[in-house]
Ligand binder design. Structure first.
Ligand code: UDX
Length: 447
């Protein structure tokens, strides 16, 4: 099929490249000429495992091209995917300006029947607005449908998630739209395909993200209780996760959920509920619990160091989670300025995301961007872990202890076992387990 894609952010680029890989002919449009130029040369604009290889192969095969001209993505396309950003507004609602602009652009260029598909996460009933916008501008003679086909991919494993989905959700209100989307996906995927109304599909996506957020805040509250009771939250999470009704995923306690999607989609859903007069306090609490996580870590850092001023603190992890260079909603955005303001000297390292933080916080005499985790740890009074990068888990602990001024780790992601770090000679502070303090004498939370 011939596909037009609006937006080359995370969802748009991965969708474009993966659909090209499935054999479709893709024209991806972005208003940013710099991004289009880079992608056209095969240079990926995001850190995403496997994406660069697929992009190169599909450019070579002539199945994908990038343009700044909307008409090229519309003309001759059977399906147009809307993958533009839906960032949060200051009142928490989703900002749908870019979606509206795409709808207006399509309306002006309709050249026969088009199926317009929402891929970006949008509040339920957005498709109705897209339909009305196009109908008002294009007039009654043009044929088109608007469908919803939400994307569930996670950053850091986006290509894998797209190519091996758990399920595909198709929200379409006409037979023609349903058939087109089934023709697009059915030959390539064996997973369940849920066919539903447009509004239901939109709402499935919002509900999925709200549930994931709630699951994380739930385990984080339990983690605080575990700490108070002297039990290990990881053992509790593993054990409850063996019950298929609960499930093992998304039970990692720590700094809470960040990123571009979960926080934004949760607050947009809360706004939808408020507009509809539905009591949504449960999800407001999920948000509140989440925003307190970083403060809890900062309190631990203060407790570990006593006085933060003039201390050298190594900060490992800038991105909001491992395997990505995305810093949107990342704990580093709060922790770095707070420690800097408190007078600490920071030595920061991240395998992929440092340039993005550096653009916001340039180096100074108390802010250094290090070349490796070991380099960051050199002469540090404490080391703080903010991101669950695999390479941090594999650090050589003996070497780490030898390069640090004092062997203190404050771990916001629970990457290590307290007993392991105690045996390696560290003071170790984490979230939801007993801390290994100078006075703990092997007296920590049980496992
Ligand atoms: C999320 C959804 O998972 C995905 O389906 C949707 O399409 C986009 O939003 P993503 O933002 O890439 O994906 O990251 P995800 O892996 O879901 O993690 C979100 C946040 O939750 C991260 O900050 C992560 O560190 C945190 N998290 C995740 C936890 O704190 N504990 C967990 O157990 C899992």
């Amino acid at each position: 099929m011939r596909l037009g894609i609006f937006g080359t952010g995370y969802a748009g680029l991965v969708t474009s490249v993966c659909l090209a890989q499935l054999g479709h002919t893709v024209t991806a449009m972005d208003t940013d000429a710099g991004i289009v130029a880079r992608l056209s040369q095969g240079l990926v604009t995001i850190h995403e495992p496997g994406l660069a290889e697929l992009l190169g192969a599909n450019l070579d095969a002539g199945r994908i091209r990038f343009t700044t001209r909307a008409e090229e993505a519309i003309a001759g396309s059977d399906i147009i995917f809307v993958c533009v950003g839906t960032p949060p507004r200051s009142d928490g609602r989703a900002d749908l300006c870019q979606v509206e602009e795409v709808a207006r652009t399509i309306a002006q260029q309709l050249d026969g029947y088009k199926l317009i598909v929402e891929k970006s996460t949008v509040p339920a009933r957005t498709a109705r607005w897209i339909t009305w916008t196009i109908r008002r501008l294009a007039g009654p003679e043009h044929e088109f449908d608007v469908a919803s086909n939400p994307e569930f991919l996670r950053e850091g494993s986006a290509v894998h998630d797209f190519m091996r989905p758990d399920r595909i959700v198709i929200g379409a209100d006409s037979q023609r739209a349903r058939s087109l989307l089934l023709d697009l996906y059915k030959p390539s995927f064996e997973c369940p395909i849920v066919v539903t109304s447009v509004t239901t599909a939109e709402f499935i996506k919002q509900t999925a993200n709200a549930f994931l957020a709630a699951k994380i805040s739930f385990i984080n509250v339990m983690s605080d209780l575990c700490e108070a009771l002297g039990v290990d939250v990881r053992t509790v999470a593993q054990s409850i996760g063996m019950d298929p009704r609960i499930g093992a995923d998304f039970l990692n306690a720590g700094l809470g959920f960040g990123g571009a999607c979960l926080p934004k989609d949760l607050s947009a859903l809360i706004s939808v509920a408020e507009e509809n007069g539905v009591d949504i306090r449960m999800l407001q609490e999920v948000e509140r619990i989440n925003s307190a996580r970083v403060d809890r870590l900062l309190t631990k850092i203060e407790r570990a160091l006593w006085i933060v001023r003039h201390k050298v603190v190594a900060v490992l992890g800038v991105s909001f989670k491992g395997n990505t260079d995305d810093i949107r909603g990342a704990p580093s955005l709060t922790v770095v300025p707070r420690l800097h303001d408190a007078g600490a000297s920071l030595r920061i390292y991240d395998p992929a995301a440092m340039p993005k933080l550096q653009a916001m916080y340039p180096p100074d005499d108390r802010l250094v961007y290090a070349e490796s985790a070991m380099d960051a740890a050199r002469d540090a009074n404490a080391l703080v872990i903010l991101t669950d990068w695999e390479e941090f888990r594999r650090l050589d602990l003996d070497r780490l202890r030898s390069v640090m001024r004092s062997p203190i780790i404050i771990d916001g992601r629970n990457l290590f076992r307290p007993a392991q770090l105690e045996a390696a000679g560290f003071e170790y502070y984490s979230l939801g387990r007993g801390d290994v303090t100078p006075g703990s004498n092997g007296h920590r939370g049980s496992t």
